[in-house]
Ligand binder design. Structure first.
Ligand code: TNX
Length: 495
């Protein structure tokens, strides 16, 4: 990293606040440039937040978090945290944070950059919310534009409130994409007006794994989630999985099978047994209706069409399907995104492939990359946060191996796969499948702390396990204070 990132320096700063100062670089993800120095700034109830114009929205949120007043202009010598829009270094999402005796200045070219800076600032304010911020300057920007995680709301439905709470947590680590896995064999979780039984049947009570749960997002509920996420600078990526993983759709609409007979509903966790009927025009009417309606309610650039584990579709049929479906995503103004199997289709040259294989070589993906396909790295053996930490983990699966905190952190998304150079990598995503997860606590226990490490791989230019380990240990009390049910890995010395 650009400089040493020590833990908390146990230096009491004032009589009023004998709270330890957080070292300037003790932030997750690690900032690019950290230059500690000079006097720190003590936040008190007299501190105001100053912000004008486009900086106002982010400032209001900081004001709520720190319980400080937000003003357009603070009088002369008022101690202040000033948020301003203006050039930093031309890099997208960048910010500059300057801390001195008189105040803090956070500057960024965009509100997203200001939001990033505020996440850093909040980690530098002692966990109690008052006290001194170490003096110096941080200039920071991400290695990759895409820092994501996925939530599977098909295997078990998770409510909008739970999803919002999760968005709050991921955004603190500058994770800026949330991929929602909206359909699978067990259930269908998004309202589609032209095919209403998808949710009345596919989202009914009992449609979760083991018959537990059920439910779906209405269009209004989905739009509300999109807006909520956007207010935390998180973009929603919706996924409809096809041509496999479609049993729930076929239960609702038997005409989506080749023999026209409805299959039985499934609440087990098998994969690879269902397929849309590739030769039927009904299939493409269905797919186009779904893509059109989903694109219309999604402001983000990506629409994920699944494409994984289509073991009940022949290879030729799979290619026939993708040849029609990948261009449909483009037709509705979105960038097609799919699991890495889509790389076999020549039409994937304009698409994004989510690399979930555990192998570090994949000739199909390398060839697609040479043809223009971009990649998001989610290797199952490293980035799958539904996998158990170790054999004793009560939740999760283990088909890709056990993934302790260090394993999830210690790899390089820019060089991991042969033939996939960093220039083809848009970023990193940590998928959270939910066969075994029912509650928000379950989600949190699998996500944290691993997702913090994966977020650092997506953001920071270099990795340093010892530094990360120290910063993570120091972060623990913040999760505890917010009631986040994280896994207290024995690899970490938790504060
Ligand atoms: C494989 S990974 C799947 C999902 C399962 C997951 C469980 C991938 C693209 N598909 O259907 O939920 O394993 O870990």
């Amino acid at each position: 990293l650009a400089c040493a990132l020590p833990l908390t320096a146990a230096a009491p700063v004032s009589a009023a606040a004998a709270v330890p100062v957080v070292a300037l670089g003790s932030v997750i993800p690690a900032p690019v440039e950290v230059r500690p120095g000079g006097a720190g700034f003590t936040v008190t109830s007299r501190t105001v937040i100053e912000a004008r114009g486009g900086a106002r929205g982010v400032a209001e949120r900081l004001g709520e978090a720190l319980r400080l007043r937000v003003v357009g202009q603070a009088p002369g010598r008022t101690p202040k945290i000033a948020l301003e829009l203006g050039r930093v270094n031309g890099k997208p999402e960048s910010y500059r944070l300057t801390v001195g005796k008189r105040g803090v200045t956070l500057r960024a070219a965009t509100p997203a950059g200001l939001f990033n800076g505020v996440q850093t600032l909040q980690q530098l304010v002692p966990a109690s919310g008052a006290g001194t911020i170490a003096g110096g300057e941080i200039v920071d920007y991400p290695r990759f534009g895409y820092r994501g995680t996925m939530l599977d709301i098909a295997r078990h439905f998770h409510t909008p409130d739970e999803i919002k709470r999760h968005i709050d947590e991921i955004s603190k680590f500058k994770v800026n994409y949330l991929h929602l896995h909206l359909s699978d064999d067990q259930g269908w979780r998004i309202q589609i007006d032209s095919w209403p039984r998808l949710t009345t049947v596919g989202g009914a009570a009992g449609t979760g794994v083991d018959g537990v749960g059920g439910g779906f997002l209405t269009k209004a509920g989905y739009r509300d989630l999109v807006r909520y996420a956007a207010s935390r600078y998180v973009t929603i990526v919706p996924e409809i999985d096809m041509p496999g993983h479609v049993n729930a759709a076929q239960v609702a609409y038997p005409e989506l099978t080749c023999d026209g007979v409805a299959p039985p509903p499934r609440t087990d966790t098998a994969v690879g047994y269902s397929s849309l009927c590739i030769g039927s025009e009904t299939t493409y009417r269905f797919v186009e209706d779904v893509i059109r309606e989903l694109a219309a309610m999604t402001p983000g650039p990506y629409l994920h069409i699944g494409g994984d584990e289509a073991h009940a579709t022949t290879e030729a049929d799979y290619l026939t399907f993708q040849k029609r479906v990948l261009p449909l995503v483009t037709k509705y103004g979105k960038t097609a995104y799919g699991w890495n199997e889509i790389a076999a289709a020549p039409e994937a040259g304009v698409a994004v492939a989510q690399y979930w294989s555990s192998a570090t070589q994949n000739a199909t993906v390398a060839a697609a990359v040479a043809n223009g396909t971009k990649v998001i790295m989610s290797p199952a053996n490293l980035a799958y946060i539904d996998q158990k930490y170790d054999p004793s983990t009560r939740l999760g699966l283990s088909w890709a191996g056990y993934i302790e905190v260090r394993k999830a952190y210690d790899w390089d998304p820019g060089t991991h796969v042969t033939g996939v150079p960093e220039s083809a990598v848009l970023g990193v995503e940590a998928p959270l499948w939910s066969e075994t997860l029912r509650s928000l606590d379950d989600i949190e226990y699998m996500a944290w702390p691993r997702l913090a490490g994966l977020a650092e791989l997506g953001w920071s230019p270099a990795r340093d396990w010892e530094s990360f380990r120290a910063r993570l240990g120091a972060y623990g009390p913040r999760w505890t204070a917010r009631g986040v049910d994280f896994y207290r890995s024995p690899q970490i010395d938790w504060a």
